[in-house]
Design a protein around this ligand. Structure first.
Ligand code: HSE
Length: 446
């Protein structure tokens, strides 16, 4: 019995996927039952590094998603359209779908999973978050006995590469970004990575799985790393921290889950650069690597580490999804319909939620802050800053003035845990002080 697969896209990830499918030796025996039948590409003329059976390349992607002989469609073309339409069409034609497309899943997950549930097919997305690191399947299956409290991750390799080099070389952001682009670690248009969009897509997906509800992407708070300077990295280092772009999804500790009233949880879902204590497990995740720390009850802390992108690692995730679907099909190809007429799907693999999670506004976040303030070096300035923070219920953990920058006093403040809204109001006032020239950076502290 062969399971027939159609592949949409033969770029980096598509090529890695085809390479595994064409070379099953010493891998799981089920792989020998997977037949790559059609591969959709933009041009037939390009030279390909992978050897494929003759005649399987086509530029007609629609023909793949509607082909009655194909069981599973692999979407690795990326982007929003035509990926979304092709996924929906594949589902409408009864195909199971495997995709690495975090942008499409984070934006259109509701319509894609609703359509999949109605059609009785699976849409599996292991490759959409953190490339080769298994994190989707563990959230759905291995950790499903847990109440998840928090997910904290480094889930964008490009920004982690840049921040790591800034840390080790003491260079500024623009210099390292330009070099990363020259070396191929950052895209020519780096916006999706640098400004946190890619990480926001991924954390929305993780939050949805961890907390069993849909996430509206525009409600995910997002800041990128453009404003991080060599000065901030150096101060962080002196204070015992490294700066990482962290993606966080957690239950708001202030609002406990109320089982009796069914009160929906409030979640924090956010991406921003963060000062991470050097002893924290995420602090030593460097270069292009990704890591995800999951905290659950009763398991405690579990951390996943590995390559978050690249041809082989991402293809590894895709092929594991193909095999998961093939395993289910092997047990029974007939779709089972329940008494209410809906198709029966494995509840651990299919999407089983329809409601939307409530996301707490960022002003309600309670966290520690780091702020760097440049002021006139006059008597009483630090006192005025302290009084203003105090007036807004912002308690300070430390205030240091180490030296001068551009003839201005450079004051670095670390707060205790404070409400973000209070901290922001204090900063608005501080920015208007006559002695204050500029507040070049404000970062959260883990
Ligand atoms: N651009 C992503 C990153 C890889 O830098 O991690 C694909 O998700």
């Amino acid at each position: 019995m062969a399971f027939k697969v159609g592949l949409l896209g033969l770029g980096t990830v598509g090529t890695g996927t085809a390479e595994i499918l064409m070379n099953p030796a010493q891998r799981h025996p089920l792989l020998r039952e997977i037949e790559l039948c059609r591969v959709g590409v933009r041009s037939l003329d390009k030279t390909r590094s992978v050897h494929l059976p003759s005649g399987i390349l086509t530029t007609d992607l629609e023909a793949i998603v509607t082909d009655p002989t194909i069981d599973i469609v692999i979407e690795v073309i990326g982007g929003l359209e035509p990926a979304r339409s092709l996924i929906l069409k594949a589902i409408a034609h009864g195909k199971h779908v495997v995709t690495a497309n975090k942008a499409a899943i984070a934006r259109f997950g509701d319509e894609i999973f609703t359509a999949a549930n109605e059609a009785g097919v699976y849409v599996l997305i292991e490759a959409a978050v953190a490339g080769g690191i298994p994190v989707i399947e563990p959230l759905k299956q291995s950790l499903c006995a847990n109440r998840i409290h928090a997910i904290t991750g480094i889930i964008n390799g490009t920004t982690n590469y840049i921040l790591t080099r800034m840390q080790t070389e003491g260079s500024d952001f623009d210099t390292i970004l330009a070099d990363a682009q020259r070396l191929g670690y950052a895209e020519a248009d780096p916006t999706a990575d640098i400004d946190g969009f890619d990480a926001a897509d991924k954390v929305a997906i993780l939050a949805s799985l961890a907390f069993g509800g849909r996430i509206k992407l525009p409600e995910v708070y997002r800041e990128g790393i453009r404003q991080i300077s060599a000065a901030d990295i150096a101060y962080a280092e002196r204070l015992g921290f490294v700066i990482k772009l962290l993606a966080t999804a957690k239950r708001d500790a202030a609002i406990e889950f109320d089982e009796t009233s069914g009160q929906p949880d409030q979640l924090q879902v956010r991406v921003h650069p963060t000062l991470v204590p050097k002893a924290h497990p995420l602090a030593s995740v460097n270069g292009v690597f990704n890591a995800i720390l999951i905290e659950g009850d009763p398991v405690g802390q579990v951390m996943f580490f590995g390559p978050g992108a690249g041809s082989g690692p991402t293809a590894s995730a895709i092929v594991s999804d193909i095999l998961n679907i093939a395993a289910i099909l092997k047990v029974g190809r007939e779709r089972v319909v329940q008494a209410d007429g809906t198709p029966l799907l494995d509840p651990l693999l299919a999407c089983s939620h329809q409601h939307y999670c409530t996301i707490a506004p960022i002003d309600d976040l309670v966290t520690r802050f780091y702020a760097r303030v440049l002021t006139q070096d006059n008597p009483g300035v630090i006192g005025k800053l302290g009084t203003c923070f105090g007036n807004h219920d912002v308690s300070l953990e430390s205030v240091v003035q180490i030296g001068l920058r551009d003839n201005l006093a450079e004051i670095v403040v670390i707060t205790h845990h404070v409400r973000e809204g209070n901290f922001r109001h204090a900063l608005e006032e501080i920015r208007c002080f006559e002695a204050v020239a500029i507040v070049p950076s404000v970062l959260r502290v883990l």
